[in-house]
Ligand binder design. Structure first.
Ligand code: AHG
Ligand code: MN
Ligand code: MN
Length: 343
């Protein structure tokens, strides 16, 4: 006999993303349906980009990025394509007033000349994360982060609308284009993961209430940069490799933040992209990589730090600002912070 809990979990797991969004709309602080429509437009863009990403292996047949295809059309690089699709989809729905993207030097203002526009949200995106992995058939992703604007509705957006602390995010998430395509997001009420059934183009709730295990045995860092790491990171790596208690840990590094984060979220682990002597602020971008991942991490009972302070409390000063990141299972991040502080 199936227990009541199992039955309700099964019912939940059959839920589509569309149904889930409607059912949970009341949870949003300002529940006017706009944020739901925004998440819906991300779902749509994700499906379009997924379709294109899945064709990437056919480059020898349909032409590589930068080539002209048989119909005389230019083949775009996938990160440019993904950027265009997300911007198009987000711009056309009278919800978003500005977009900041890794692919654009400046933010884009939407409908800034229409005085009737009531659009309240700004979105920051990394349209294709881990894009160097595309050519070798390894998972890539899209990361997004959503804020309410701070300048008055109806006026053009300014840089202040984008330079908000991560703790002001109203939603954040990622799409992973992997062995299956998933959309994982939070609106500040936990983290839920949805898997795309490509045959019918529908996302289903497959991972309700995702939680980082409190600790884990995976550490993810590009150890090729070891010589350039600060002493605290070097010591933490040695700690991970030590033969003691539950150690040595396993080293796993894909080189796609989304994929490394996703694996660690499910299995338990820590992802580190620290400052190095060559890159004193690390490599990853605060606004469209670290903040959304930090919001997800905290909502999933994990932590995200720059080694010394909470990522979500950093006041951004530039759109493309970089920041070191230590994120994942709570106890592992705390331990790494301890090494940073003591070094
Ligand atoms: P992007 O493809 O958006 O430029 O991001 C790549 C990022 C991130 O996804 C990944 O974790 C990191 O760069 C890998 O950097 P290294 O190759 O320096 O390890
Ligand atoms: Mn990236
Ligand atoms: Mn990118």
């Amino acid at each position: 006999m199936i227990s009541e809990t199992t039955q309700s979990n099964m019912a939940k797991k059959n839920q589509t993303l569309g149904e889930f969004i409607i059912e949970n709309q009341a949870e949003f602080k300002y529940s006017s349906g706009e944020l739901s429509r925004l998440i819906n437009s991300i779902r749509l863009a994700a499906k379009v980009v997924n379709h294109e990403v899945n064709k990437a292996g056919l480059v020898d047949i349909i032409g590589a990025a930068g080539d002209t295809n048989i119909q005389g059309e230019d083949q775009q690089k996938l990160d440019v394509y993904a950027n265009e699709k997300f911007i198009q989809t987000l711009s056309n729905r009278n919800i978003v007033c500005g977009i900041g993207s890794e692919e654009n030097d400046d933010f884009i203002a939407i409908n800034s000349l229409d005085e009737n526009n009531q659009n309240k949200y700004v979105v920051l995106i990394d349209p294709l994360d881990g894009s160097s992995n595309i050519d070798v058939n390894v998972s890539v992703g899209t990361i997004f982060s959503v804020y309410r604007r701070v300048t008055p509705v109806g006026t053009p957006v300014t840089i202040d609308d984008f330079l908000q602390e991560g703790n002001k995010q109203v939603a954040a998430g990622y799409v992973i284009y992997g062995t299956s395509t998933m959309l994982v997001y939070t609106t500040g009420h936990g983290v839920n993961g949805f898997t795309l059934n490509p045959a019918i183009g529908t996302f289903y709730l497959s991972h309700p209430s995702m939680q980082f295990p409190e600790t884990g045995n995976i550490y993810s860092i590009n150890e090729g940069n070891y010589a350039h790491f600060p002493q605290g990171v070097k010591s933490y790596i040695k700690y991970c490799q030590e033969e003691k208690e539950d150690r040595p840990y396993t080293s796993r590094y894909i080189g796609s933040l989304v994929s490394d984060f996703h694996r660690n979220l499910i299995k338990g682990g820590i992802y580190i992209y620290p400052q190095t002597s060559k890159a004193p602020n690390g490599k990853l971008r605060l606004l469209y990589e670290c903040n959304p991942m930090a919001f997800l991490a905290e909502q999933a009972n994990g932590l995200a730090s720059d080694g010394f302070q909470r990522i979500l409390d950093i006041q951004p000063t530039e759109l493309h600002q970089r920041v070191p990141i230590f994120c994942g299972s709570r106890k592992m991040v705390e331990k790494a912070e301890e090494f940073m502080k003591n070094s």
